[in-house]
Design a protein around this ligand. Structure first.
Ligand SMILES: *[C@@H]1O[C@H](CO)[C@@H](O)[C@H](O)[C@H]1NC(C)=O
Ligand SMILES: *[C@@H]1O[C@H](CO)[C@@H](O)[C@H](O)[C@H]1NC(C)=O
Ligand SMILES: *[C@@H]1O[C@H](CO)[C@@H](O)[C@H](O)[C@H]1NC(C)=O
Length: 444
């Protein structure tokens, strides 16, 4: 009896020590999620209403939200919301999250308007948010007051790219981002030719933002949509704002630069970030064409070997004016009579860019290097930027009209597109046939 007393005391002491040890290690272990246990049987409170739109008006403001992405590249923040904000009405905003069905506390924002707005009242604007530590966020919205309950009436944005860290999710080599189709765009032949050239060059996905398309192009887009090569994103910007027909506010007026081109280019970079190694940013009448390689991958392998830290590659624009095609050149090509739009294979005269004046570039980027982009250059990035020599790669730009007429002797004959004709022509025919757009098969 007497002897067991100190023994029991030791066990008790040991027990206390173990409890303290467990407690301390729990508190100090890095990354411990101090998740507050969810109240049992609590009602699911959010998201009450998820936005199905690509443009979502933000309640109580003049602004619009487009999409929300995980982005941990900016210190102290984990979510980037891409929006279109009225520049003279920027106000304090608060982030609120939906954490697996429960409202989070609100957190402060940092608002980052893009520096390129060309004088228009509306500007592409990023809002950076921090997710509270006890929240596995699925949706986000913004509030003008730090009172989270008001958020119940908001349209919530789903948070995308949640698995950014998983490298093997990258399953596209190249994505082409075509900013906006507008004014009932109906250039079917050029569209099909351009898409099929890109497919032959190794592109895996083309993303197109659609404000309005003509009846024939609509049929072509629908026939592509079954294959997964083309992704059509609805872009009804004209339902919310007065898009401009030009790039400069002082000259053309309107609410924002073209049809929100800058917003769609940024949106497309983030949309591609967790799935595509490279992103090409160009218009539908432009093809980024390698001249010393058969495809974009071997071009990029070479460029990346020369510039291992580069994330942005500037490609020089070369205009191929709409000169009448010289029949004497003995075209090896079908004419696709009756198909709306023009035949880019007939554009074989190239202007030399006037390098003394501003001449634009378009870009191939690694999306993870880019934070904000404009049309001809990136605005915020990490890594290096490289100007690609035009003899290695340049843009075949076939605009609908070329006001400035160069005399023929100042033009160069460039039939690079013809190198692809044997594979290109059957593919174009097939896609036109699928869309019901080819009445009589093109002879070749
Ligand atoms: C919720 O929004 C609708 C319109 O969007 C408005 O009519 C209604 O008053 C709002 N309710 C609350 C509680 O704010
Ligand atoms: C990406 O490029 C690599 C190397 O050329 C190729 O092996 C792979 O099949 C390509 N992936 C896709 C999805 O095209
Ligand atoms: C493109 O947008 C217009 C206007 O909203 C719509 O009528 C058309 O069906 C859309 N086309 C496709 C392929 O989504």
């Amino acid at each position: 009896m007497h002897k067991s007393q100190p023994y029991k005391g030791k066990i008790f002491l040991l027990f206390i020590i173990v409890v303290i040890f467990i407690f301390i290690s729990f508190v100090r272990s890095p990354g411990t999620n101090w998740s507050i246990p969810k109240p049992r049987g609590a009602q699911k409170t959010c998201p009450y209403q998820v936005s199905e739109q690509t443009i979502t008006p933000l309640i109580n403001t003049d602004h619009f939200l487009v999409s929300a992405y995980t982005d941990q590249r900016v210190n102290g923040f984990s979510i980037r919301i891409i929006g279109i904000f009225k520049r003279d009405a920027i106000q304090t905003l608060h982030c609120v999250f939906c954490c697996e069905g429960h409202l989070s506390t609100t957190t402060p924002t940092t608002i980052l308007p893009h520096s390129d707005h060309f004088g228009f009242p509306f500007d592409t604007t990023d809002v950076m948010c921090q997710v509270p530590s006890n929240c596995d966020a699925t949706h986000v919205t913004l509030l003008t007051q730090p009172d989270g309950v008001k958020a119940l009436n908001h349209s919530w944005l789903p948070i995308r790219n949640k698995n950014m860290k998983v490298e093997n999710k990258i399953h596209f080599n190249f994505t082409v981002c075509i900013s906006t189709l507008f004014d009932k765009y109906n250039n079917v032949l050029q569209f099909a030719q351009t898409l099929e050239i890109y497919r032959l060059l190794g592109v895996n996905r083309v993303v197109v933002y659609n404000t309005s398309s003509g009846p024939d192009l609509d049929r072509l887009l629908r026939s592509y949509n079954h294959g997964g090569f083309l992704e059509v994103v609805p872009w009804p910007i004209d339902q919310y704002l007065r898009p401009s027909s030009g790039w400069l506010f002082s000259q053309y007026g309107g609410d924002l630069h073209y049809f929100g081109q800058l917003t769609t280019l940024n949106e497309c970079i983030y949309r591609s970030m967790d799935r595509s190694r490279y992103v090409l940013l160009n218009d539908i009448d432009e093809i980024i064409m390698p001249y010393q390689h058969n495809n974009l991958m071997s071009l990029m392998d070479m460029l990346q070997q020369q510039h291992p830290n580069a994330g942005v590659f500037l490609i020089e624009n070369h205009v191929f004016p709409k000169k009448p095609f010289e029949q004497s050149k003995k075209s090896p090509l079908p004419t696709w009579k009756g198909v709306p739009g023009y035949n880019i294979l007939e554009h074989i005269y190239r202007e030399e860019p006037d390098r003394k004046s501003f001449h634009p570039y378009k870009m191939i980027v690694q999306p993870r290097f880019v934070e904000q982009t404009s049309v001809h250059d990136v605005l915020k990035m990490s890594g290096e930027k490289v100007k690609v020599p035009p003899e290695v790669c340049h843009i075949i730009h076939c605009p609908i009209s070329t006001p400035r007429q160069c005399p023929l002797e100042q033009l160069y004959v460039d039939t690079r597109l013809w190198d692809f004709k044997d594979n290109l022509i059957p593919r174009v025919n097939e896609m036109l046939t699928r869309g019901g757009l080819l009445k009589s098969t093109g002879k070749s």
